[in-house]
Design a protein around this ligand. Sequence first.
Ligand code: PHE
Ligand code: ZN
Length: 850
Amino acid sequence: MTQHDPRTVYLRDYTPPAYLVDEVRLTFRLAPHATRVLSEIRFRPNPDATGRDFFLHGEGLKLISAHINGAQVTPELIEGGLTLDAPDAPFTFEAEVEIDPENNTALEGLYRSNGMYCTQCEAEGFRKITFYPDRPDVMAPFHVRIESDLPVLLSNGNPGASGEGFAEWSDPWPKPAYLFALVAGDLVAHSGSFTTMSGRDVALNLWVRKADIDKCAFGMEALKKSMTWDEEVYGREYDLDVFNIVAVDDFNMGAMENKGLNIFNSSAVLASPATATDADFERIEAIIAHEYFHNWTGNRVTCRDWFQLCLKEGLTVFRDQQFTGDMRSHAVKRIDDAMLLRAAQFREDNGPLAHPVRPESFVEINNFYTVTVYEKGAEIVGMLRRLVGDEGYGKALDLYFERHDGQAVTIEDWLRAFEDATGRDLSQFARWYSQAGTPRVHVAEDWSEGRYTLTLRQETPPTPGQPDKQPVVIPVAVGLLNPNGDEVVPTQVVELNEAEQSFAFDGLSARPVPSILRGFSAPVILRQEQSDETRTFLLAHDTDPFNKWEAGRDLARTNLMAMIQDGTGPDAGYIDALGRGIADESLDPAFRAQLLALPGEDELAQAIFETGHAPDPTAIHEAREALRHAIADRLGDVLTRLYDTHQVTGPYSPEAADAGRRSLTNAALSLLSLTQGGDRARAQYRAADNMTQQIAALGVLLRIGEGEAELKAFEDQWSHERLVMNKWFGLQVAASAPRDAAATAEALTAHPAFDWKNPNRFRAVFGALSGNAAGFHAPSGAGYRLLADWLLKLDPLNPQTTARMTQAFSTWKRYDADRKTLIRAELERIASTEGLSRDTSEMIGRMLAD
Ligand code: PHE
Ligand code: ZN
């Protein structure tokens, strides 16, 4: 379907812009239904262009007038924009257009949220503001004048003149239109300042509605930490006099890196101990860092076209992962990232939506802001760093910034910086960008006379449009342990480049136990015949924290698979090994909490599917619950001790050490409640002085069917806090028994506070529904129908969020005939709806394609 859609855009069709822009001047006369946008754009023929066709993007714009060099012109309005006969010499184009922010429900372009004006232009939203070459390879300095009675008027760059009813802004750094931003509203600032490494003072502001001013302190500190970190680790300094962040309630994504004026979904920036959890604090710190880091990776050096999206996103995610590791714990962060990659990216990579990190075609670019582009994109950067070493990586990045500052570049440019800085040939490595699918690495071992040989074989299953795969370069970090548990060969990286390759280790006195893919050194699935004894041994002895955790995870998965597929019971050997791990006081509590996290239901469904069977979501859910019960039964004493001795006392702090203790005690609480009831959780709920402890206790109570009173109390306490109410909506669906999940979600849609046009609220309910795997896939099909009904309701208003949420259906081909029939019917019902958005129809089309 994608291939045949006439609206498809191809990477191979790239041509340079006919005209470049030297300068942009914009005036906004803000009015809810009739905002006037006046533009003055200085164009110049591009010497590298292949043609002279003058085309400006524009969508939903009412053209009032247009001029070239002061003379009125009548452009030809065509699909998606306008054309005219333009001079083959520098000229100034002026236009006046009218737009309707109040009725902009798609949250792209200029729109209103809670009475404020804000913009979202990435990827192709600027064309909904005025006529412009809305493509990232056209970069220009912008000067903006905003006319409005609202007290706070912001745009990119540095502030200029301002007065009664107007403000001017100037951004000296050439930028693509997707980084344009404007905000106007009744806002207050939490302010700070930062002195850069060369001694320049930067004013920092976090702009929010009055009621949220108490939720800004953490974000401000996170911003300062990010600025310091980027100077210290990457040598990158901030380049304007001000840095503004604005919190917006209605936002399709997490946040946006507009130059000097980052716009954030309020859920990704506002936090106070009473309203945000430890996980929220960590996420906020990471997103603030991510958007700030874009100032160099994305803004100063940007993408030539949208196919290169991973150039900025993969690299910036990698940078924010490094940052979080430095701020908190590298081991814990790596495990979290691997869990996310497996749960979300492997899921994408093994289904109908699989695509290369650099896609070769798209219908709607918004559909390609994916975990593959972001997270697998970050893994590729991590592999590059492993392959060229820390020093080589530093040199390559320096060269990349020096060479490409102010440019719009490609993955080829990025890789060339590495090749030139390190002398390494990356032509085979480049396949990671073009080949979709998750490589499987199969392990075979051989031992004879002091020589241990590891044979690795790689194979990548076919993905849509890519039946045949070639070998990629896989850095495999390996260490060897002696049978007594000592490490005999410390971590070294072997490079698997061919379909199959052997690596020998000599001079060993006894057959070693290998620890392979340490630190999750590549985004692959390791296929290794390993006995439970070996896994138990590695769980006890591996010096690599990732593989120590992985050994426990493998034991859990094997046990669960046997329970589901062979009807065996929980494995006491695994549970005892787990018990020793969580009781080990030399280990970080956060890491021990990760040991307690069993593989998720969706991950198990995929694992079962790969054994050639249709997964039964109900059976998976029940097996997982049975194992949790067995763990709680057998480890009751350890869990009780952990719960009692790791409580955090004193005032709440979101920093890693305390957060780790809370995640361990709450994991223990959740298990203990299965065998001992809700008293402990009720006591915790009552005593809680922070959201982490409060909501953890509420979740535990709901899961054992005892939380009714607390649920009501929570609603009464928090009805005035939107962000907290999102949690209240989501948790009820997440904690529902499978057979009730759809009904719970449906009942919540009738709640007066279910403001479905707000993406956070919509996602709270329906994200939780699709995340409750057994509930969503309940045999009645009620979950499928409910989600499809609501997607169809949202699509005409907000195609982006709708299209994103269709992904709940993407695993449909794994399931049995009955479920497949039910899901296909919903997909076809959506596909055949008249007026379906381009966004949603592309997604459904890909899911239905053979
Ligand atoms: N570029 C943003 C980020 O990753 C994400 C985003 C994309 C936000 C499109 C809005 C719209 O930081
Ligand atoms: Zn980003």
